[in-house]
Write a protein that binds this ligand. Structure first.
Ligand SMILES: C[S@@+](CC[C@H](N)C(=O)[O-])C[C@H]1O[C@@H](n2cnc3c(N)ncnc32)[C@H](O)[C@@H]1O
Length: 446
């Protein structure tokens, strides 16, 4: 019956690429069950613990399923299920042979039929059963954002999107409440993207989630602001680089400018009260203040909420254009020690705002950008050249950190360097009127 429904489905797919198989056509859970014969040993019940220990390398194991069963023929005995290996008879395995010899033939070899139900199968196994047999990549890899699973289905799998959503939701419930699929390829200025709910709750507020990172909690709306759980390692790394430098510098206060701060994954941990007293990370005498900015009004709103929820001290939030803030901040404060620019598609070009830098100290700038893998052999010169072109001067020395492998041809990098002194003499950028006139809201979080 299942075979039939799947082959009918494939015919249907050919006739109408746009159609999706509805949930009520999902194969019945009975058809997805497996019944399989497993090698097993019947042993005296009192030897169970010892047998489990000695045979651990060959025992059948599947989460939620029992490895040791009652023996229906003798209540004083137990049945131990063993791994099924089509190439090798497990009874001939040396640990089984040695166990059999030690028990003076008190253990009996047998075969036990086991039913593996929908509940026992994992998402990958179920997807292999419901998707066409020639599916190249089973979509069991996904990203989670709080209570959401986010996937990016390839075109040929779109007809099965509700089925895939159901499996992922069933297997990750109750932690996961909604499964979304990315729609379209266009990313906005605020780095958000279209998405559709393919399983679970789509009630009002479904995309408002809470995520944890670096002992801080972040509230965000995944539909209106940028968040990428894969950047957790980079957030931690750079926060620690800045904390370490702040500690070693012996400065009373270290000032950080986070120009494209999103909802605060760098700015919040750097200033959260919970981190200020944490001796292993930032001893209390190290004071860090952050000026964090994002152009997206929604990111700005969540940045303030997160600053308040995490009891951030010395965090000032802005909602303006990054270039404008670079120019204006020089009239507001005396020193900047670090600048974070995480907008990988275009952050290097934003360095033009530093031309004519006026403050007494030149900060360390951490610029995130994409770079072709082909540029790895010349030490990522392409990324450095982009920074130099925007600054209109040479960078003496840069540290390159590969953040992640974005695609077969592209890496995401963090290029860190001291803003060159020579940039002071480069004529400053004239910002277009629409940028300077843009709303420049500012809120201080006490
Ligand atoms: C890739 S996200 C990074 C956010 C955050 N730093 C993180 O690691 O999650 C880039 C952010 O830059 C913001 N952005 C885009 N253009 C901007 C501009 N001209 N000025 C300031 N922020 C901008 C977007 O709204 C987005 O939140």
């Amino acid at each position: 019956m299942y075979e039939k429904s799947i082959s009918e489905s494939h015919d249907k797919q050919e006739s109408d690429q746009q159609s999706c198989y509805p949930l009520d056509a999902f194969p019945s859970v009975k058809t997805l069950e497996e019944t399989s014969d497993f090698p097993a040993l019947s042993i005296p019940a009192k030897k169970t613990a010892e047998a489990r220990r000695l045979l651990s390398s060959v025992l059948f194991y599947r989460p939620k399923m029992k490895t040791v069963l009652e023996d229906p023929e003798d209540s004083r005995r137990r049945i131990l299920l063993l791994q099924k290996n089509s190439n090798k008879n497990v009874f001939e395995h040396e640990v089984v042979q040695s166990f059999l010899a030690d028990t003076n033939n008190d253990a009996r070899q047998l075969v036990r039929t086991v039913r593996i139900t929908y509940d026992d199968l994992d998402a990958d196994e179920l997807l292999r059963k419901i998707l066409p047999p020639d599916t190249k990549e089973i979509p069991s890899a996904f990203e989670t954002v709080g209570s959401l699973i986010h996937i990016n289905l390839r075109e040929e799998l779109l007809p099965y999107k509700y089925w895939i959503g159901k499996v992922l939701l069933d297997k990750h419930h109750p932690r996961i409440k909604t499964v979304v699929n990315k729609v379209g390829t266009i990313e906005t200025e605020y780095r958000t993207f279209g998405m559709e709910v393919i399983a679970g709750s789509s009630a009002k507020g479904w995309s408002e989630v809470t995520v944890k990172e670096e002992n801080c909690t972040f509230q965000l709306d995944f539909q209106t602001v940028y968040w990428n759980s894969r950047l957790g390692g980079e957030h931690r790394r750079l926060v620690n680089v800045i904390r370490k430098e702040a500690k070693e510098s012996q400065r009373e206060t270290t000032t950080v400018l986070d120009l494209m701060a999103g909802v605060g994954p760098f700015a919040v941990p750097l200033t959260a009260r919970s981190h200020q007293g944490n001796k292993s990370k930032a001893p209390s005498h190290v004071s860090i203040r952050v000026f964090a900015n994002d152009l997206n009004p929604e990111s700005f709103r969540y940045l303030q909420i997160n600053a308040s929820d995490n009891k951030c001290e010395n965090l000032v939030c802005y909602n303006t254009d990054a270039r404008l803030l670079v120019q204006e901040i020089q009239n507001q404060i005396e020193q900047v020690d670090h600048v974070i620019m995480n907008l990988p598609a275009s952050a290097p070009e934003f360095l033009d705002a530093f031309r004519g830098w006026k403050l007494s100290k030149c900060p360390v700038v951490h610029v995130h950008c994409f770079c072709p893998k082909s540029s790895e052999s010349d030490d990522h010169q392409e990324a450095i050249l982009r920074c130099e072109e925007a600054l209109r001067c040479t960078i003496q020395e840069a540290d390159i950190h590969i953040v992640r492998d974005v695609s077969p041809t592209k890496n995401m990098l963090c290029v860190s360097f001291h803003l060159p002194e020579a940039v002071r003499t480069v004529p400053p950028l004239d910002l277009p009127a629409e940028v300077t006139e843009s709303a420049n809201k500012k809120a201080r979080v006490e």
